[in-house]
Write a protein that binds this ligand. Structure first.
Ligand SMILES: [Zn+2]
Length: 666
């Protein structure tokens, strides 16, 4: 394995192929060594200094973060239940180290006593980040309260794992006995789901089953059953788990004196207060109501062609997750874009090659496969990112669903990169297709291509920001409500017709997508923007309300139903329990507004490219990397945005974008 100037990508004793026992042993010795190192720092008797205090603390926190990230990644992807269980344990052990460290008064006092007058660049900022996290963990409380905070923090961490585990432990299935219900679904989907010996087809709640059914199944009854199964995953099991999570988080923020957990969670983010988040949600909802109602009316009119007496749309008519059935119909008939036909131009390997070539050209990098890299499943691919002779980091792609694996799409950090110490490593965990190698079975839905670009935007952020001098200035410490800006911005490179053609190759003929089809596809994407984003705001309002109110006084399912009724134009279906499978409620807590807020930022960041008239401007792309991605948490996001744009963040690009009317079609 290549080691580059001392900062290689060896994973050390925490290998990807390690057994459960090896993981426990390796993690135990890393955490014990970190504890011993902290002791040495605190009892050294020397005056606190950058070299004697901050440096060793930042270093040992990084090694503990490695254990935590390694654990939560393998918990989400490993094929062996024993390894997943050990992975969860080591991640929880690392969390216990952090929760104890963050209330360690001696460490807090030592860091505060450092003289910053001749400190190297960013040292003070790194220390401030750590000190703020300590204050927000209760380090300034008295000893019994600090113990209580630590206990609550560990319990909250364990509950989050329990919630995520419920998603893979309690999946649902849908049985199709009348095979006519599969009409409208793509031929390869039907081929991949043959009837069993009793003549019935069993569908799962994996995205590879749910999304095609909601988009294409002509049978509204099948769509209804499929969505009901999807929206009751982990119900009722996760219901008390979520309630415990809300209550413990509330107890945590109560001890610190915040009016709610939402107030605590937002305080150190760009938005700063729940009031500002509510004002933002209301402002955007107001903007979207009229365009969303126009989208709804067109969808309802289309539904009436099939059912003249239809009075309303149901959530299984409009997807809820992606493009629903009537939107697909409308796009095929009025915009002449049949997404089943589009898919045939998007076999995974062609998309991936196009994405890599695009990254090479834009960012002056080369993405090289790593043959023989240790991985957790044969379908997983490993790549190194190079700029000329310098290795910048490594990433893994795990894109095929399987039992026990994380069910959504996300980028996981495997290692946080720090200059001179270690290279960043990350994993894209998605569930796009039943096979990554068979061209026909890996044909991607265009929406999944956009998701692939989205997650790659996170990945680029992780790799490029993995070279700051301190662990506490990497993107592991960045304001959470900024992190969806680079990912949503990068989606735009999948929405440019001339670029899109470059990563298409018909699964049978090998021909690229006709330019006119790519143009129609991208244009048709404008339809439903208001409708979809109003749904996103309903989710944002729900997550905020769940964490703002006193959890002793409401039922989560009821609160979600009411909030969706207030914002979205189609209510949540009766009997659904989205709260039991909504993973963002754990990691993002009150901050689901991040998607809408980060989109405001992303639209503004896109401006300079639009002014140039091309997305293919390497000089501009590299300025974006330099000013926005590479600094990680070295400066507040507002400052990064100002440095890149030459002016403060503005809403106007976003407001213009959401109000662009959809094409009229014909
Ligand atoms: Zn994202």
């Amino acid at each position: 394995m290549a080691e580059d100037g001392g900062q290689g990508h060896s994973l050390g004793a925490l290998r990807l192929g390690a057994s459960a026992e090896e993981l426990r042993v390796a993690s135990g010795s890393i955490l014990a060594e970190a504890g011993a190192e902290l002791e040495r720092v605190l009892v050294s008797g020397k005056a606190p200094s950058v070299a004697g205090t901050l440096e060793p603390i930042d270093r040992l926190l990084l090694t503990v973060l490695d254990v935590q990230d390694h654990g939560s990644t393998l918990f989400s992807v490993d094929v062996s239940p024993e390894v997943r269980e050990a992975a969860r344990q080591i991640s929880e052990d690392a969390h216990r180290f952090f929760s104890a460290f963050f209330v360690n008064r001696a460490a807090y006092d030592a860091l505060r006593a450092v003289d910053w007058s001749s400190a190297p660049p960013l040292a003070h900022r790194a220390a401030e980040k750590i000190l703020r996290e300590m204050r927000r963990s209760g380090v300034e409380l008295d000893a019994p309260q600090r113990g209580e905070m630590q206990r609550l923090s560990d319990e909250i961490d364990a509950i989050q794992f329990e919630f995520m585990q419920g998603l893979t432990q309690f999946p649902r299935t849908v049985e199709v006995t009348d095979l006519r219900e599969l009409e409208g679904l793509p031929a390869d989907f039907v081929r991949d789901h043959p009837p069993d010996t009793e003549g019935k087809v069993v569908l799962t709640t994996a995205y590879t089953d749910v999304l095609p059914v909601l988009s294409y199944a002509r049978s509204s009854e099948l769509r209804r059953r499929m969505q009901a199964a999807f929206l009751t995953r982990a119900h009722p099991q996760n219901s008390p788990v979520l309630e415990r999570l809300l209550r413990r988080r509330r107890a945590f923020s109560d001890l610190l004196g915040y009016p709610s957990f939402a107030a605590y969670a937002i305080e150190d983010k760009m938005m700063a207060t729940p009031e500002a988040a509510w004002a933002f949600i209301e402002r955007v909802a107001e903007l979207l109501r009229a365009p969303a109602a126009r989208d709804r009316d067109r969808l309802l009119a289309r539904k009436r062609q099939e059912d003249p007496r239809a009075e309303r749309l149901y959530s299984w008519d409009v997807g809820g997750l992606g493009h629903g059935y009537f939107e697909e119909q409308l796009k095929t008939e009025q915009y002449h874009v049949d997404s089943r036909e589009v898919r045939e131009y998007l076999p995974y390997v062609a998309v991936r090659e196009g994405l890599f070539a695009l990254c090479a050209r834009l960012f002056d990098i080369e993405i090289r496969p790593v043959p023989g890299a240790e991985v957790w499943h044969p379908s997983v691919e490993a790549y190194d990112v190079y700029r000329r002779t310098e290795c910048l980091g490594r990433f893994y792609l795990d894109l095929v669903p399987r039992e026990g694996k994380f069910t959504h799409a996300a980028q996981f950090s495997l290692r946080t990169g720090v200059r001179g110490r270690q290279l960043p490593q990350a994993v894209l965990v998605c569930n796009f297709f039943p096979s990554a190698t068979d061209p026909e079975r890996s044909a991607m839905r265009y929406e999944d291509v956009v998701t692939f670009f989205h997650e790659s935007g996170h990945l680029l952020h992780h790799i490029f920001s993995g070279h700051t001098p301190w662990a506490a200035t990497t993107n592991a410490w960045i304001e959470t409500d900024f992190i969806e800006a680079p990912s949503q911005l990068f989606e735009e490179w999948a929405r440019d017709p001339s670029l899109l053609v470059g990563f298409t190759r018909h699964v049978r003929t090998g021909e690229p997508m006709p330019r006119a089809m790519a143009e129609r596809l991208v244009e048709a994407e404008r339809f439903g923007r208001g409708f979809r984003w109003l749904g996103q705001l309903a989710a944002a309002a729900s997550s905020l309300a769940l964490y703002e109110q006193d959890p002793a006084r409401f039922a989560a399912d009821q609160l979600l139903r009411e909030t969706f009724a207030r914002y979205a134009l189609v209510p949540l279906p009766e009997g659904s329990h989205f709260e039991c499978s909504w993973g963002h409620l754990t990691g993002y807590s009150a901050l689901y507004y991040t998607y809408a807020w980060s989109l405001v930022i992303a639209r503004d960041l896109l401006g300079p490219f639009l002014e140039k008239g091309t997305l293919l401007d390497p000089a501009l792309a590299q300025r974006y990397v330099r000013e926005i991605l590479a600094p990680g948490a070295s400066a507040p996001p507002e400052e990064l945005v100002r440095n890149y744009l030459g002016r403060p963040l503005s809403y106007s690009a976003f407001e213009k974008w959401v109000l662009v009317p959809p094409p009229s079609g014909g």
